[in-house]
Design a binder for this molecule. Structure first.
Ligand code: URA
Length: 424
């Protein structure tokens, strides 16, 4: 095969064969196909698309580029969740220990944030001592006889073709493409070896998919890929037009997750945590468990404490707090109508919660605390949100981003009653 022929075929709207796909992914992983050739192919796929068969072959080839984990020897069934990425999406933190409280193992092999969406590992690293990198033996021990949940960095061995390709897509504007997102996510989850998978596909300004129809297509593509690979897979479509909960940023989101694990927390975070927990348990053959009780009576919190200390973290250590804050207040009386997830995500990123390049550090303390959410009533001069950072020179650009993020009106908005917009 030849890379130029394959690029031309896709550029002209052709269908790639299984053999062509296997060759190009393998050759790219080993450096035989160059970055500039793969960039051109990714753009051709972005513009021309791939059919279901091509997506399945592409996903299988990315899985075959690396190792596969095998949880078959564990005494507990496995169930995992993946979110396509959002703003204030800390759900994994309370969810993994909650599901583990029912003796279903949760292998959360996670990533770091890039752009305006936060990364689970970045959030947990704000806990003093906590380590994201652990060995496969430690993962098996935590899942088998330990807390039953592990949230850690995915090893370099899982779907290395995706690691290379994702970094390339990020700098060539080829990320937001259904075939490429679906194959990227599902290759990692299938290689990870989970028995059951629940996908949280985000819809709205803060998500890759801006409308419901696009999100449904992405969800259906991933559900089909999962089922074909023998993984019990369901998807929820959930709202990402407004940030989830009342905090965005690393340590701030850990603090809110602890409120949920203590039986409190914002209603949207609790609703989504409970819904995803029920799906994960049902997928592992445990429907009808009283998940709410495990948040209220401390069983989920016990698993959290064990999970954090098993990875070197101190669950009792105080979380770091920002030395600099700036509060934005309402300029009129009224009801909050909208609070744009993308603007809040970008502002939090600019305050230091996220990174511009893969190797950049993030601030544990940076982020945004929301005092009100859509539907709440405010009076002129009352606080709307507080910005947190170590570096006050960042306030100006963050505030620029937030200029039109919040809209107020004199009449109450008509809001959806649930963050869950669909299921498939
Ligand atoms: N998350 C991934 O892992 N891959 C994508 O392509 C998009 C989001």
């Amino acid at each position: 095969f030849d890379a130029v022929d394959i690029i031309r075929a896709k550029r002209d709207g052709g269908v790639l064969s299984e053999a062509q796909i296997n060759w190009v992914i393998d050759a790219y992983t080993h450096g035989v196909v160059a970055d500039e050739q793969m960039s051109a192919l990714a753009m051709a796929i972005f513009l021309r698309g791939m059919n279901r068969q091509e997506i399945a072959h592409w996903t299988a080839a990315m899985i075959a580029s690396g190792e596969r984990m095998d949880f078959g020897s564990l005494p507990r069934p496995t169930s995992d969740k993946h979110s396509t990425g959002g703003v204030g999406d800390k759900i994994t933190l309370p969810l993994a220990p909650l599901v583990a409280a029912f003796d279903v193992a949760v292998p959360q092999l996670s990533g770091r944030g890039l752009g305006h969406t936060g990364g689970t590992l970045d959030k947990l690293e704000s806990i003093p001592g906590w380590q994201a990198e652990i060995s496969n033996e430690k993962i098996m021990e935590m899942l088998g006889t330990g807390p039953g949940a592990v949230i850690c960095a995915a090893g370099a061995g899982l779907a290395p073709a995706d690691k290379k390709l994702y970094a390339l897509r990020d700098i060539t504007s080829t990320v937001d493409c259904v075939p490429l997102i679906a194959s990227s996510i599902m290759s990692k989850k299938i290689a990870e070896g989970t028995g059951s998978l629940v996908l949280d596909v985000k819809v709205g300004s803060g998500a890759f998919m801006k409308d419901l129809e696009q999100a449904r297509e992405l969800a259906q593509t991933m559900v089909d890929l999962g089922k074909d690979a023998g993984v019990h897979t369901v998807a929820l479509l959930t709202d990402m037009s407004t940030p989830l909960g009342k905090t965005v940023g690393n340590a701030l989101e850990v603090r809110e997750s602890l409120e949920v694990l203590a039986g409190g927390g914002p209603s949207d975070v609790v609703e989504l945590t409970l819904a995803l927990a029920r799906e994960m348990l049902a997928g592992a053959g445990r429907p009808d468990e009283d998940v709410e009780a495990a948040l209220k009576d401390g069983r989920a919190m016990d698993r959290w404490r064990q999970m954090i200390s098993d990875q070197g973290g101190d669950p009792d250590a105080p979380l770091p707090v920002a030395p600099e804050t700036h509060t934005v207040t309402a300029d009129a009386d009224g009801y909050v109508h909208t609070m744009d997830a993308l603007a809040v995500g970008v502002a939090s990123w600019r305050l230091g919660a996220g990174r511009a390049r893969k190797e950049d550090p993030v601030q544990a303390v940076a982020g945004i605390e929301l005092h009100v959410k859509p539907g709440d009533q405010v009076k002129r001069g009352e606080p709307i949100m507080t910005l947190h950072t170590e570096t006050p020179e960042r306030f100006e650009r963050a505030l620029e981003t937030l200029e039109n993020a919040v809209t107020l009106d004199t009449v109450a908005p008509n809001l959806a009653s649930s963050v869950i917009l669909g299921r498939l």
